[in-house]
Design a protein around this ligand. Structure first.
Ligand code: FA5
Ligand code: MG
Length: 453
């Protein structure tokens, strides 16, 4: 049986990538628009902002070994099981992740490489890579982005050196003019691990926070010196299956809190799996695009993928400079209203939860029609957005739900989405946007079983 995201034109029965063949099954949901993005390696492209930032972080953590994994394809085991994601975690869903088949997927986070890196016996390492998630469409979300993972673990026999290391870090942090808000506490919802000596756990947590705060100071020091509004950075409590305590770091940018990274003290189970039960330490995973957008003032995440020299020529390896926007061409809005399939329950819309808590009432496992073996029946915004992206490509700037309605008599649900089109390099004609809009309509009707109003 064919999964729904392959178009009806005859498609190959397997994916071929990096010399390996992955036979397709009912999980297969990687469209060609995503396959085209594999191996673009923006994080390794000289003078690309993603690569500049990677380099600066690597320079900051200069004693950490820098790793680059060879393939974006990992096993489901590596991406989820090994890290203790429960079987019903929503990040595993076909609406959220890209599967080559039941066993292999495009990594959704660089944490997929934690266990193999610990297995190599490395104590301090950084790893940067492209990661893939089915997601909503707006200026800070793109289905391919880049993360950098960093960890520092110590043989337990060396943990007594931590107070000294922390004192040194505190000295370096002393007179830096950025206010970091941190009201996090150790609590039943974010505890130290039972087997850790709480004194050690506290010192590891301190070292984690000091290390990341010092990176933030390094990165944002120039903002502070420029004398503008003081930059606000905050630590908040988080949940990841593979760390506790866990945190996220956010920065206030363009009027909202933007999440830069997740981190925490590595779960002992993860270290046990890696054959290094006698070590303890911390890990973080940061979004390189998010951080680049703030640092370089890049207003739209799609710009990272442009080949326009007006963008690329503005950046130089090793330098954080402010992006000078070149003239933007006007946007073009088109609204699309439709009735959901009569039997479709509306899936709860939860985003950004790949590493995070399993909150939300959404069905976590891929829902496949048991008779036909095809398709998910519930409407999910990520499915809708993916068809939009598949048809429209980077011309889509955002997809926003602007209206929802339940018919009082029939209880039928309808939704109206506003599709905002914009070309980065030229004007769009109304005719070509209409053509794209009607192609999207045809695909969503055919593939999602919804009915236009
Ligand atoms: C994770 O991916 C965890 N693996 C992070 C981690 C590593 C926690 C190690 C603990 C220890 P999360 O899903 O929150 O967590 O993503 C991490 C960062 O990636 C986010 O803070 C954000 O900066 C970035 N990110 C997430 N989704 C997107 C997206 N769609 N587009 C761009 N950046 C994103
Ligand atoms: Mg998060």
């Amino acid at each position: 049986p064919q999964a729904r995201y392959q178009s009806s034109i005859s498609t190959p029965k397997s994916y071929k990538y990096n010399g390996a063949t992955y036979p397709k099954d009912t999980y297969s949901n990687v469209p060609s628009s995503i396959l085209d993005k594999l191996d673009r390696n923006l994080h390794l492209m000289p003078s690309h902002p993603i690569s500049i930032l990677r380099q600066i972080v690597e320079d900051h953590f200069s004693s950490y070994q820098a790793l680059v994994p060879s393939s974006a394809v990992v096993s489901v085991h590596q991406n989820f099981d090994e890290l203790g994601f429960p079987p019903d975690h929503p990040g595993r869903s076909l609406t959220d992740s890209y599967y080559l088949n039941r066993e292999y997927m495009l990594r959704t986070h660089t944490s997929a490489h934690e266990v193999e890196s610990y297995k190599k016996g490395l104590n301090k390492w950084l790893l940067s890579a492209d990661v893939y998630r089915r997601d909503e469409i707006d200026s800070s979300h793109y289905p391919v982005f880049h993360q950098m993972e960093g960890t520092h673990i110590w043989p337990n026999t060396e943990l007594h050196t931590l107070p000294q290391l922390n004192a040194e870090l505190e000295k370096q942090l002393a007179d830096i003019p950025i206010i970091i808000e941190d009201e996090t506490t150790i609590s039943p919802t974010n505890p130290y691990q039972a087997h850790h000596d709480p004194i050690h756990a506290e010192q590891i947590t301190k070292h984690l926070k000091h290390s990341l705060n010092s990176l933030i100071f390094r990165l944002f020091g120039h903002h502070a010196k420029a004398g503008g509004e003081p930059l606000r950075v905050r630590w908040i409590e988080a949940y990841f299956p593979f760390t506790t305590p866990s945190y996220e770091v956010e920065v206030f940018w363009q009027g909202e809190w933007l999440e830069l990274l997740g981190c925490g003290v590595v779960m002992q189970k993860t270290l046990d799996q890696s054959g290094v039960s006698d070590k303890s330490g911390w890990a973080f995973g940061l979004g390189l695009e998010r951080l680049s957008m703030v640092l370089f003032s890049i207003p739209d995440i799609r710009l990272f993928w442009t080949s326009d020299s007006r963008f690329l020529s503005q950046f130089k390896q090793g330098q954080i400079t402010t992006f000078q926007p070149y003239s933007k061409y006007p946007p073009c809005y088109k609204d699309m209203s439709f009735w959901l399939h009569q039997t479709s329950p509306t899936a709860e819309e939860v985003t950004d939860h790949h590493g995070a808590s399993a909150a939300g009432g959404r069905s976590p496992l891929p829902i496949v029609d048991s008779k036909t073996g095809t398709g998910i029946k519930a409407f999910h915004e990520n499915d809708y957005c993916e068809i939009v992206r598949d048809v429209v490509g980077d011309l889509i700037e955002s997809v926003t739900l602007i209206d929802e309605f339940t018919h009082p008599k029939t209880q039928r649900k309808s939704k109206c989405y506003r599709l905002n089109y914009r070309h980065m390099d030229r004007n769009l004609s109304n005719e070509e946007v209409n053509e794209l809009q009607s192609q999207v309509q045809a695909r969503v009707v055919q593939e999602m079983g919804i009915e236009m109003r």
